[in-house]
Every structure is written in C-alpha cells, then in structure tokens.
Design a protein. Structure first.
Length: 266
C-alpha cells in the first residue's frame, strides 16, 4: 500500500494518534487536513483513506475520492428484540419531545445531540439546528453491566475492547478478558444472521444486560474510538470503511450512498 495514505482531521484525539502511528508503521503516509482548506491540497491524489468526524468528512470526501461506509439508520431498529435485549423504535425528534417518561434517545448515526437517557421529551436539546423531523431512535432504559467495541472486517472480528462498565468509561483489551469468549461467540452468531446488511468494515458495540448478550449499536469505523483495542488491527477496518471509492465492492455501494444522501457536501 505504498501509494496509499491516511488523511486525518486537524482535531487531535487519542484514537487519531494511535491510528496514525499504526499507519506509519506499515509505511502509509499520514496527511493532516486543513481547517480552512480541507483536502484541497490532496485533490487528484489517489489511494486516500480517512479518519475523523462526519461534518469534516462531508467537506473532504470528494477531494479525497473516498467512499464513507456507515450502517443503515434502520439497522438497529430492524433487529429482533432477542438480540437487542430491549424495545427500540425509529421516530422523529418531534415524537421524542412528546415522551412523558424516561427513555434513551439518540440520533441513528451522527452526533447531532448526545445519546443519553432523558427524563422526558422536554429534556431533549432545544436546538434550532434540529428540526422536528430529525430522525431519532427511542430505546427502553436498560442497565449495561459491560459494553464492548468490536472492529469487524468482512464479517470477522479483528480486535475489540471493553469500553464501559455500568455506564462509566472502563477501557480494557478484549484479548484475555473474562468475557472474551462470550463476546466473540455472540458477535459471530449476530454477524452470521444479520451481518450482510452491514458494511464490510464496521464497528459493532455489544454488551451484557442482566447477564445476557445484546447489541448496543453499529457505527462507522472511520469515526470510532478504539479504546484499548489493538490499533494495528483496528486500522485495517478503518481503511476499508473510508477508502478509495474507485475500489468499492458491490456490497458497500449502498452504504456509501446512504452517507452522501444524509450529509451532502458543504
């Protein structure tokens, strides 16, 4: 991959530092994008990959020539309750604002407002940038004893990390974890049954509710923290999730189009 490079946003994060170090170890150039000019200086250069946020991605994807893969907004809500472990419905922000009881409310994909348990609909953010029709997911309030992030490539878990215990940050490598076998077994069954509807490079979050495994959500790998996962293995997934559009496989074409429909370039 000598001609390939990893473009990163100018906003430093621990994961950005880990991934760019992993990229350099394998001989990839790392290009820090410009706040003002985006990826203008890289326009026309082939072999680009991207790591960073969605808003910046919408600005630079065209210049970089990358396809940005993300799960469909409906992936989580389409799953059976047997694997989600709780009731989850697709709704609009206006419908969520009518809630009279506590609920977990989140945007399906972007981070336009914090994913959290809200006491009622009136506690949701009052932001003019969030119109009433903004898509949201409303979930039953549950207690996650432990949550894990898995980096998945072509339906196979490449690396992973625990990232929370009872809602608090608690990052530990999946390798050697007492729940490693259970997490990998649940993920393998989930991916066998429902993985075809995910991009080939994706992040899958799972966890334990009352001693039973369940899906938390799926996310774009190119905007996910790796916590205590192996950054070299995580990089393989990131490179697939945001790489040259010209090399996009048929399975992933709709996942790239979904991102472009949702976030037109500025």
């Amino acid at each position: 991959m000598a001609s390939h490079f990893l473009a990163v946003t100018p906003h430093a994060t621990p994961t950005r530092e880990l991934l760019q170090a992993a990229a350099r170890r394998r001989g990839l150039a790392v290009e820090e994008l410009s706040v003002r000019d985006g990826a203008a200086s890289l326009r026309g250069r082939t072999g680009g990959h991207y790591y960073g946020g969605p808003a910046f991605a919408a600005r630079v994807a065209g210049d970089l020539g990358v396809a940005l893969l993300e799960p469909a907004d409906s992936w989580l809500t389409d799953l059976p309750r047997a694997v989600t472990g709780r009731a989850i419905t697709a709704a609009t922000l206006a419908e969520a604002r009518a809630l009279a009881a506590p609920a977990f409310v989140k945007p399906p994909a972007d981070k336009s407002f914090p994913a959290a348990v809200y006491a009622d609909g009136g506690a949701l953010p009052d932001d003019p940038a969030l119109p009433p029709g903004t898509p949201v997911q409303i979930g039953e309030v549950v207690t996650w004893a432990a949550e894990f992030r898995l980096f998945v490539l072509d339906g196979e878990v490449r690396t992973g990390s625990q990232y929370a215990s009872y809602g608090r940050l608690d990052a530990r490598p999946l390798a050697g974890h007492r729940h490693e076998a259970g997490a990998l077994d649940f993920a393998a069954r989930l991916l066998a049954d429902h993985g075809e509807s995910l991009p080939s490079g994706v992040v899958l979050d799972i966890g334990l509710i009352g001693g039973r495994w369940a899906v938390v959500e799926a996310n774009m790998a190119w905007f996910s923290s790796c916590y205590a996962a192996d950054p070299d293995a995580a990089l393989d997934v990131v490179l697939r999730s945001a790489g040259p559009a010209a090399r996009l496989g048929e399975r992933d074409r709709e996942r790239d189009r979904a991102f472009r429909r949702r976030t037109p370039a500025a």
